[in-house]
Design a protein around this ligand. Structure first.
Ligand code: TYD
Length: 216
């Protein structure tokens, strides 16, 4: 009997505050991986599967009664569990790389710090939902909240998080920076206030360093 073993795909995540230009860089990462002949699933959170996208609409919706931090965190992790089950898990198993616009670090930053739930709560939900799975590489597009929020506004973006205060955005940023500093092997800090082309070069250089890709 011949045993067929497939090498697990890599999970690559892009994170950053509002207006950091993630979407553009997600596409650049996908293109670079595909140019290497890799199969790639491009996805995002909250969302990424039909059920998870339905939960996303609930999370980002405006509710007269408001959404408290616990409800927000639990919905986001429910969406993450669905996404993992339907899309991310099967893709990684089949050897496909996954490029995800935001993942669990966003929960530490937005719910843990921004909403004040604390890191321990998020770590519990992370263990419950993800087990041992962690991103292979997190590209953190770092930008000062003042500049990021200005950019997001000029793009006409207006979700509940973009309407948050500067203080909220600063807590989000600090948490991302602390997590990146604590795990230099899995995180790359990228200055997203630079012009787009320079951000892209930095992103592709980081891919090369961490995953052994030849930058295009
Ligand atoms: P989106 O419009 O995709 O924002 P962006 O373009 O900035 O990624 O909306 C996703 C929002 O959800 C974003 O503002 C951050 C928030 N979010 C959390 O609060 N926690 C999470 O775990 C995730 C994945 C996202």
């Amino acid at each position: 009997m011949t045993e067929v073993t497939t090498t697990r795909g890599r999970l690559i995540v892009l994170e950053g505050g509002e207006g950091a230009g993630k979407s553009t860089q997600v596409r650049a990462v996908v293109a670079a991986l595909e140019a290497q002949g890799r199969r790639v699933l491009q996805t995002r959170e909250p969302g990424g599967s039909p059920l998870a996208e339905a939960i996303r609409a609930l999370v980002l919706g405006d509710w007269d009664e408001g959404i408290d931090g616990n409800t927000e965190a639990l919905l986001i992790f429910a969406a993450r569990a669905a996404h993992l089950h339907a899309r991310i898990g099967p893709a990684l198993q089949s050897g496909c790389d996954v490029v995800c616009d935001r993942f669990v670090d966003a929960s530490y930053a937005y719910q843990g710090a921004g909403r004040g739930l604390g890191m321990a709560r998020i770590a519990e939900l992370e263990r419950w939902t993800l087990g041992e799975l962690r991103p292979d590489l997190v590209l953190l597009l770092d930008i000062e909240p003042e500049l990021g929020l200005k950019r997001a506004k000029s793009r006409g973006d207006a979700n509940r998080f973009e309407a948050e205060t500067l203080e909220f955005a600063s807590k989000v940023r600090q948490t991302y920076l602390l997590r990146a500093a604590a795990n230099p092997n899995r995180y790359e800090l990228i200055d997203a206030s630079q012009p787009l082309e320079q951000v892209q070069s930095a992103v592709l250089a980081a891919l090369t360093r961490h995953l052994g890709l030849v930058a295009a």
